[in-house]
Design a protein around this ligand. Structure first.
Ligand code: COI
Length: 370
């Protein structure tokens, strides 16, 4: 722990003098929900144009001070990541492909004109927070899938109203114990197909993990809720024809003849779960296709039985079966959604068994944190 450095400087340690009581922590760990209860510490480092990244401080989790003119509040110069720490049966704590999240944060930073954070500093921040708050990493019985969700993020803190990349930037890392993202555990979710809204256009920020993409999905999400759906699906902005992604997760389709199809990259987020599934599916004997997916292929494919399963995936969602697609004037139901012997659930078990250390990590994806 003491050997950890960030930007070549030792971590500054300010332990929380008032950590949660063991009783409160135990109550949260028993029923964590998603993204509601945060652990005792957080990490912060400030970047300036002149000095680069300053030392990182591990300090009590708590509110930030922000100048009302901070650029992020006006021009949304902000990016984030999401990854999980998993407690294995022997008590050790691991993360899944964290270098892929570090690399995506660097790509997002380039798109939002933010400074890049080196992979080794990203890793050091995660190790430092997990070491300090390891008691917050839940134990997880098979089927429970509890974990500690890590949320690294970066924002423009410089107080300045001119539109240009800010000269002062904050990097923070917070974490919280989590259960399943959707209430009710692993169950088939329903999707509203948005025709009024799109998520990203060519050349836009669709591939970056920036808060603005998620803010723009909220009005469509309200629309989804009004139609009784859990999530919204966006089509491409040019032709309103090609399936892109959901509000916060990627999509996959399973066909009757054993193919697994996912929308190609370009304007969608390159999900770490998405790319891991591409590898695992081939090993399960599925033929994998990354290509444009016509919305008609989904609607008519499910109705006619060509498309046997649809699922969503992401760090938060893991792999979640899609039970229904609803649009203005119709709906189509995937009858096999969530069945134990479905391709969706087989892929899900394969992935989570690696993440929780129940299966051999033949790909070298797991990194020990504590
Ligand atoms: C994640 O899957 O980690 C995300 O950042 C998506 C968000 C819907 C929670």
């Amino acid at each position: 722990m003491s050997a950890l450095t960030f930007a070549g400087k030792p971590f500054q340690m300010t332990p929380n003098p008032h950590p949660a009581t063991a009783e409160r922590r135990a109550a949260i760990l028993a029923d964590p929900g998603f993204g509601k209860n945060f652990s005792d510490h957080m990490i912060q480092s400030t970047w300036t144009t002149e000095g680069g990244w300053g030392p990182a401080e591990l300090k009590p989790y708590g509110p930030l001070t922000l100048d009302p003119a901070a650029a992020v509040l006006h021009y949304a110069q902000e990016i984030f990541e999401g990854l999980k720490a998993y407690r294995h049966a022997d008590g050790s704590i691991w993360s899944f492909r964290p270098e892929a999240n570090a690399a995506r944060l660097q790509r997002s930073a380039r798109r939002l004109a933010l400074p890049e954070l080196a992979t080794e500093d990203f890793m050091a921040a995660i190790e430092a927070l997990v070491a300090a708050d390891c008691a917050w990493v839940p134990e997880s019985a098979p089927g429970q899938e509890r974990s500690y969700y890590l949320r690294p993020f970066m924002y423009a803190s410089e107080p300045f109203l001119g539109v240009r990349p800010a000269a002062t930037i904050e990097f923070l890392l917070i974490g919280c114990p989590v259960g399943s993202y959707f209430s009710g555990g692993v169950r088939p979710v329903s999707i509203w197909l948005s025709s009024a809204y799109t998520r990203a256009a060519r050349g836009g920020t669709g591939e970056a993990k920036c808060g603005g993409n998620y803010a723009a999905s909220l009005a469509p999400m309200l629309e989804a809720g009004e139609h009784g759906c859990d999530q919204v699906c966006f089509l491409d902005a040019a032709e309103n024809r090609w399936v892109e992604e959901l509000g916060g997760m990627n999509l996959y389709f399973v066909t009757r003849d054993g193919r697994l199809i996912t929308p190609e990259l370009g304007t969608i987020l390159e999900g770490v779960t998405r790319s891991s599934i591409l590898v695992l599916a081939k090993e399960l004997g599925l033929e994998v296709e990354e290509r444009k997916v016509d919305i008609a292929e989904w609607r008519e494919g499910v109705a006619g039985g060509e498309v046997t399963e649809v699922f969503a995936c992401g760090t938060a969602a893991v792999i979640t079966p899609v039970g229904k697609l609803v649009w203005d004037g119709g709906e189509v139901v995937s009858r096999n959604a969530g069945a134990e012997d479905s391709v969706t659930m087989r892929l899900r078990r394969t992935l989570v068994d690696i993440q929780y250390g129940r299966a051999t990590d033949t790909h070298g994806w797991m990194r020990r944190l504590a």
